[in-house]
Ligand binder design. Structure first.
Ligand code: ATP
Ligand code: MG
Ligand code: FE
Length: 333
């Protein structure tokens, strides 16, 4: 089955052609990072406008690169949420228009399900599985009994991990998005600053990162007032050590208690090199799968991977009236 998949929930305009949920025939990701970097974060209205400007070209390029004819496409899939509503609607309108014009079936896919199914492109998800979803807007532990079956075990009570990375980077005067830069600097520094490990001693699966972020901000401001320099690589290393101590320990706890066969690490923060290095050593008793970097941050191939299993279970929509839902949860399909 050939799926044309579309993702536009934030600031990446992406279209991919994926066969049987696994074989990525083409994959175009147009990032708006340079446009938003000057503002220190994504500006929603600017993101929607840029999707409008580029999306037709991205469709064309994905179809050309896949070396297929439009006739070969069996299904259109598009991210329906969660995300920025204006951005989502551009992808949804483009996908439904394309599907209607060419009389193809269409389905709306949950972006978070897409992040998890990114892991099924190069690996095979084995059940029961535990997904650690760490991204710009989400930090969740999810239990999967079988395909397309998601139970939320824990989530963040305040900031998401990626959001904390971006805010810490901003406080340290680093550019946007902060995650990759903090990750890189962390590898050059040492864990010398005394930062909290929020919720580490609690036997629950929830997280909290805003206190940790504030601890970094306070240390930086206090140092500025005393005219002292902050050692930026050491601060990055200390922050990253705290984040990883917590997320790896909670993942281990849930994986043990739910006796899962596999752990899936997904979302933009799954690109973190420190996390990728540590988690295999610290949870050696479980099989762990992580998508390669290209499939960790927002991309349409993951939507095609998820759409395949969703279609097998539930089929396509009866019409072309697909809406967006900016706050869709992992348990809503
Ligand atoms: P969501 O998927 O929750 O809706 P999003 O789509 O904005 O949010 P993603 O694209 O999945 O988020 O991930 C982007 C986030 O990942 C950013 O916060 C970015 O800083 C973070 N990130 C990317 N690479 C790394 C890295 N190497 N280390 C830590 N964080 C990273
Ligand atoms: Mg992005
Ligand atoms: Fe995302």
């Amino acid at each position: 089955m050939v799926i044309l998949a579309v993702e536009s929930s934030c600031d990446e305009t992406s279209v991919a052609v994926v066969r049987d949920g696994k074989e990525v025939l083409s994959h175009i990701i147009l990032s708006q990072i340079d446009i938003h970097a000057v503002f220190g974060g994504v500006v929603p209205e600017i993101a929607s406008r840029n999707h409008v400007v580029h999306i037709t070209r991205v469709f064309d390029k994905a179809i050309t690169d896949a070396n297929i004819k439009i006739d070969d496409i069996d299904l259109v899939a598009v991210t329906k949420g969660p995300g920025l509503i204006g951005s989502l609607l551009v992808g949804i309108n483009a996908a439904t228009t394309f599907a209607f014009a060419h009389q193809k079936p269409i389905i709306g896919v949950n972006h978070l399900v897409g992040h998890i199914y990114a892991a099924n492109i190069e690996h095979d998800i084995k059940f029961p599985a535990l997904a650690l979803l760490v991204s710009g807007g989400h930090t969740e532990l999810i239990y999967m009994k079988e395909h397309m079956d998601f139970r939320l075990l824990g989530t963040t009570k305040d900031d998401a991990v990626g959001e904390a990375y971006d805010k810490v980077a901003r406080t340290l005067g680093l550019s946007y998005p902060g995650g990759p830069i903090v990750d890189q600097l962390a590898s050059q520094g040492k864990d010398t600053y005394d930062l909290p490990r929020p919720f580490l001693d609690r036997t629950e699966y929830n997280f909290s990162f805003s206190g940790l972020k504030s601890a970094v901000i306070n240390l930086v401001h206090n140092a500025q007032q005393r005219n002292e320099a902050i050692n930026i690589p050491n601060m990055c290393a200390s922050f990253q050590a705290s984040v990883l101590d917590v997320i790896i320990e909670k993942t281990k706890l849930a994986a043990t208690n739910y006796n899962v066969s596999q752990i899936i690490v997904a979302g933009g923060v799954a690109a973190n090199k420190g996390l990728r290095n540590r988690i295999f050593n610290e949870i050696p008793e479980k099989e762990i799968i992580i998508p390669s970097m290209e499939f960790c941050t927002d991309n349409a191939a993951m939507i095609g991977a998820a759409a395949y299993h969703q279609y097998l279970l539930k089929g396509a929509l009866p019409n072309y009236l697909l809406g967006g839902d900016s706050t869709l949860s992992i348990e809503d399909q």
